[in-house]
Design a protein around this ligand. Structure first.
Ligand SMILES: C[S@@+](CC[C@H](N)C(=O)[O-])C[C@H]1O[C@@H](n2cnc3c(N)ncnc32)[C@H](O)[C@@H]1O
Length: 275
């Protein structure tokens, strides 16, 4: 558990990454609770599968940033709030039909536990349900979330969650795309990855997010590297000409072309912005 985000609800939590040290920590805690840098962006995940985390978020630059305390991850196990001897979290859908629905009372306990130490202002700390019914995730949303203090992400399972919870807690819904997955955990990791790479000091200059797809509303130009000829295919000569102005011109034209062909929606928005 994060020391600067100590959970006072008594609800079990699991943290990943470095956590800021408080004086009261026992030596054992100090060994287990690494440091989080002050003001670091935080993600809280409500899930039935806390073992799915950090998953891919523990790898590469995002994982390194987690280790360095540039961001923090805390999982809340929904099962801990389950009801009865079997800690039930779900029940049959009202009105009948296939599958099970996550119970409102169980979700309420988990959401309250997650909210114990977070700002109530949704502009600073949005609560998001990953859902195929949500607004599609995009780069603008990643930028908006990166500017927040953190997020709470609710991962659904089965047929989803009781609608009353979404209404009562004013929960935003975000979709990874027009397809259905078994649970929200993969979507949560995708969302977090897209946000964390925008946080300060996560990407080095070499991996700058400034010139990639969506950074200016266009898809990215094609990329090439060695060997110069592969399977009889050459790298476009302009890219090896050493003429930086021509390279930039070529890349811009390619970005426009690929956007026009593949994403007419983005292209139309780009043209509108250009006037
Ligand atoms: C099997 S799905 C539920 C689908 C739901 N019955 C429907 O038709 O909209 C189980 C959970 O996976 C997650 N999920 C599935 N597809 C998703 C997507 N495209 N984007 C975000 N989350 C998704 C959600 O958290 C959802 O509650």
């Amino acid at each position: 558990m994060s020391a600067d985000t100590a959970d006072t609800s008594g609800a079990p939590t699991r943290s990943h990454g470095r956590i800021s040290v408080r004086p009261s920590l026992k030596p054992r805690d100090l060994m287990e609770d690494p440091l989080v840098q002050k003001g670091a962006w935080r993600a809280k995940i409500i899930t039935l599968f806390p073992d799915a985390f950090p998953g891919v978020l523990g790898l590469s630059l995002v994982g390194k940033a987690l280790d360095m305390g540039l961001w923090a991850l805390e999982c809340l196990d929904l099962r801990e709030h389950g009801q009865g001897r079997h800690r039930d979290v779900d029940d049959t859908p009202a009105g009948g039909g296939a599958g099970m629905v996550l119970r409102a009372d169980v979700l309420e306990l988990a959401l309250n536990a997650a909210a114990a130490d977070t700002p109530r202002d949704v502009n600073r700390w949005p609560v998001i349900y990953l859902s195929p019914r949500g607004r599609p995730m995009n780069q603008a949303t990643a930028r908006r979330l990166a500017a927040c203090d953190g997020v709470t992400l609710l991962c659904g399972r089965f047929e989803g969650v009781d609608q009353r919870v979404l209404d009562h807690f004013d929960i935003e819904e975000i979709s990874l795309g027009d397809f259905v997955m078994t649970g929200g955990e993969i979507a949560a990791q995708a969302l977090i990855d897209s946000v964390v790479r925008l946080l300060p000091n996560v990407l080095g200059n070499a991996e700058s997010a400034v010139e990639e797809s969506f950074s200016d509303g266009l898809l990215e130009h094609p990329q090439y590297t060695r060997p110069a000829v592969w399977q009889g295919r050459e790298i476009p000569s302009v890219l090896t000409s050493g003429n930086h102005a021509e390279v930039a011109k070529w890349r811009k034209a390619q970005a426009e072309e690929v956007t026009k062909v593949r994403r007419p929606d983005l292209w139309a928005a780009w043209m509108r912005r250009k006037g």
